[in-house]
Design a protein around this ligand. Structure first.
Ligand code: PLP
Length: 231
């Protein structure tokens, strides 16, 4: 499983290079290792290599893996149904995929019940893809304001899943839009809205996302795929 360390070395090099290009420090960027479909042995290997933030997109996988992997922070990054919030509320540090007031209200209620305050991001469907969850960018500020009134949650920023592309440059305009939206909301300094995080960038486009201001990148394939070398 040495390839996991090799892949992470490569990713860290790319993060450092992209940050430098944008005049940013690599320490401003958090790598969330996406562990969906990955077994506990390989996840532990990644954790041993220093990745302490883990991302899952299914409630069931968090429930299975949470007891097996110690000393890490779990991020819920996939679509979350309101009736499943209760299963993960005590297990996750951040929910990236808040896309309705109803969902946020449930998270708030459950968090208050266990005396917790949970970090949430609002998911934006930045390319208006019908196949994707998330709200329209025009509705982001209004939603942030509504959520800022809820106890038990902290509105910390925005998240998007950009279109799947081979050439990461194609997603640059979407990342630019995300950053502008982020700055617009942040600059108004609303009470209880603490815009700190832009969760954007995956295996195929995290370099460009960082150049455009990502503070969290979510990478799965780039860490766990064994590369096939041509002989
Ligand atoms: C799977 C997934 C990722 C990671 O995708 P890769 O292309 O494997 O890096 C990131 N974010 C979300 C929401 C995902 O579901």
């Amino acid at each position: 499983m040495d390839y996991i360390q090799d892949n992470l070395d490569e990713i860290n090099r790319k993060i450092t290079a992209a940050a430098a290009k944008a005049g940013r420090k690599p320490a401003e960027i958090t790598l969330v290792g996406v562990t969906k479909t990955i077994d506990a042995i390989r996840i532990k290997k990644m954790v041993d290599c220093g990745v302490r933030n883990l991302g899952e997109n299914k409630v069931q996988e968090i429930l299975e893996k949470h007891p097996l992997i110690k000393d890490v922070d779990w991020h819920m990054i996939g679509h979350l149904q309101t009736n499943k919030v209760k299963y993960i509320i005590d297990k996750v540090t951040m929910i990236h995929s808040i896309d309705s007031v109803k969902l946020a209200e449930e998270v708030s209620k459950r968090a208050v019940q266990i005396d917790k305050r949970i970090d949430i991001l609002i998911e934006i469907n930045i390319a208006n893809e019908s196949s994707k969850y998330g709200i329209q960018q025009e509705k982001a500020e209004e939603m942030a304001l509504e959520l800022s009134r809820l106890d038990g949650i902290r509105v910390c920023g925005l998240m998007c899943i950009a279109p799947f592309v081979e050439n990461s440059e194609l997603n640059r305009p979407y990342f630019k839009n995300m950053r502008q939206l982020f700055i617009d909301i942040k600059s108004k300094m609303h009470n209880n809205i603490n815009m700190q995080h832009l969760s954007m960038g995956m295996t195929n486009d995290y370099d460009v996302a960082i150049e455009e201001g990502a503070t969290i990148v979510r990478i799965g394939t780039g860490i766990f795929a064994e590369r096939v070398y041509n002989l």
